[in-house]
Design a binder for this molecule. Structure first.
Ligand code: GAP
Length: 513
């Protein structure tokens, strides 16, 4: 089996080859950690966004959506804590001159210990067969228990040092664990320093009057500053939510791993405004709700897990990640944060405007608490895309590359293929395209042998191929080929729309949540 690095390289090259993702400004040799979405990528991204938006806004009568500007008054970021606390600890290697996030170096070290645990578990599972009890093994096997304690101890110490801003201890930890530069192997490190991740820019045409601005590092603040506008004009009653999707910008220290960590990316965030004191129950409820949303896409329960934060962001009293098994291991896909009244209370303080809710049941006003769900759209794209890309061994000793995208998210729902480029078959196929295009994105393809066209559509992620042949001219039937099973069925042309709709309709997928 190919190793993780090879699989990830294949993901990146496939995304380019099939018009999903290109390096930004490629003709000028690109821009680090900035990417463009191609003709298929833009569709897949739009479908993921829509799947999130419908689940949040359309299906919850107490959640509404907004679209706030990227530019915000600079005081916003003072109030939100980003000017003072939106930092990452960086460390440079003196020999290679490479820069790293100090916490990520330690976390990667822990991931290696966790990989050892996985190896022991897999070995034992093979040895014991059906009688294997994973939980019991994990809690009693001395080697596994030792690894687990070591990993927990390291993460605990890292969390504590970061919380106390004890950067000297973070460096001491890196030295004690003998962590080397992953590229050069050198252990010659500088001290750990804090680095603010916000991009600065200027608003205004003259040097004297220009206002220093930041590009928003999260979309959430556009929701907080509009809390009262939406609550009053929408006559919203607590609990209620405000959702938003949009671009965010972070000057990431290390922006590796393709679209996993970008400098310009898109977030899908929802702030749920609640009564103070109820945050624990809403935190649990939203963790469960969001996991169900993920699972509804059918990408495998084993690919997800929760990870509770040891180190809390400056605004949170509880936080967990939904992690996904990317080609490079389990990593954060979405965050669920209990943000208390941190943001609204600070915006009150800095703006001098009351940001309170009058609760008719309690007969008093208060600053609501907030429960946030925050997912990166690009990161979700990578989860879907990398999980869907598969190499399959076929019975005739050949392989096929297939992009098994959840049909609801696929950019093109069906390809219509005339078997031959003559005998009136293209005209019938084109008529079918003209009929289906009102409901779905469909493609027409008449080039090459039909087998090659099937493979092309498999690699493109198209769930259905519909072939028009000579029999079609006689009895108006066509074959529908299903991407995942490669099964073909002969149906009347009039049934095609219904068959596709049943498999791709967002409504049907959303019902699984
Ligand atoms: N408003 C809360 C917030 O922004 P976060 O954990 O910093 O929280 C939320 O970010 C999500 O945004 C992450 O779980 C991730 O999916 C996505 N994200 C964050 N930084 C990113 C980056 N540099 N590139 C791509 N996605 C990113």
């Amino acid at each position: 089996m190919a190793n993780h690095e090879d699989i990830f390289k294949k993901v990146i090259s496939h995304a380019k080859e099939y018009g999903y993702i290109f390096q930004s400004s490629e003709i000028y040799d690109g821009l680090s950690a900035v990417y463009d979405y191609g003709q298929n990528g833009a569709e897949l991204k739009k479908n993921i966004r829509e799947y999130w938006w419908q689940a949040m806004v359309q299906l919850n009568d107490n959640i509404v959506g907004i679209d706030a500007a990227i530019f915000m008054h600079p005081t916003t970021w003072k109030a939100s804590g980003h000017v003072d606390a939106f930092n990452d600890p960086l460390i440079d290697n003196k020999d290679s001159k490479k820069r790293y996030r100090a916490d990520v170096l330690v976390e990667d070290h822990v991931a290696k210990i966790e990989a050892k645990i996985d190896k022991e578990v897999n070995k034992a599972a093979k040895r014991f067969g059906d009688a294997f009890d994973k939980e019991q093994f994990m809690s009693t096997n001395p080697r596994v228990v030792g690894y687990q304690e070591k990993a927990n101890g390291i993460l605990k110490r890292l969390g504590k040092s970061l919380e106390n801003e004890d950067l000297a201890d973070v460096k001491a930890l890196i030295e004690e664990l003998e962590i080397a530069d992953p590229l050069s192997g050198s252990k010659n490190w500088t001290d750990v320093k804090q680095f603010n991740l916000m991009f600065g820019t200027k608003l205004g045409s003259t040097a004297e009057s220009a206002l220093d601005l930041y590009l928003r590092p999260e979309t959430a603040q556009g929701i907080f500053v509009n809390f009262l506008n939406v609550q009053k004009t929408g006559r919203m009653k607590i609990p209620f939510g405000i959702a938003q999707t949009g671009k965010a910008f972070r000057n990431e220290i290390v922006a590796r791993q393709f679209i996993f960590r970008m400098r310009e990316f898109e977030q899908m965030e929802m702030q749920y405004f609640i009564k103070p004191g109820t945050q624990k129950e809403w935190y649990e409820a939203w963790k469960e709700k969001r996991m169900k949303w993920h699972l509804s896409l059918g990408m495998g329960e084993a690919n997800y897990r929760f990870h509770d934060h040891e180190k809390l962001a400056h605004y949170a009293d509880a936080a967990a990640d939904i992690e996904f098994k990317f080609p490079f291991g389990f990593k954060e896909l979405e965050g669920i944060h209990s943000r208390t009244d941190f943001d609204l209370a600070n915006h009150e303080k800095y703006s001098g405007k009351k940001l309170q809710y009058f609760d008719p049941e309690e007969n008093k006003s208060y600053v609501p608490y907030v429960l946030e769900t925050s997912i990166g759209l690009d990161r979700m794209f990578l989860a879907v895309f990398s999980n869907s890309l598969q190499e399959e061994e076929l019975e005739n000793n050949t392989t096929r590359t297939v992009l098994k995208l959840p049909a609801v998210l696929a950019p093109t729902k069906a390809a219509i293929l005339p078997l031959l480029k003559r005998d009136g078959l293209p005209e019938v196929a084109q008529k079918l395209v003209d009929d289906l295009k009102w409901d779905f994105n469909v493609a027409y393809d008449e080039k090459d042998a039909v087998g090659r066209r099937y493979r092309r559509q498999d690699a493109n992620g198209t769930p259905f191929c519909v072939t028009v042949d000579h029999q079609t001219l006689e009895d108006e039937t066509v074959t529908i080929r299903h991407r995942d099973t490669m099964e073909q069925q002969r149906v009347n042309m009039s049934e095609v729309k219904g068959i596709i709709a049943k498999e791709v309709a967002m409504k049907e997928w959303l019902k699984r949540i």
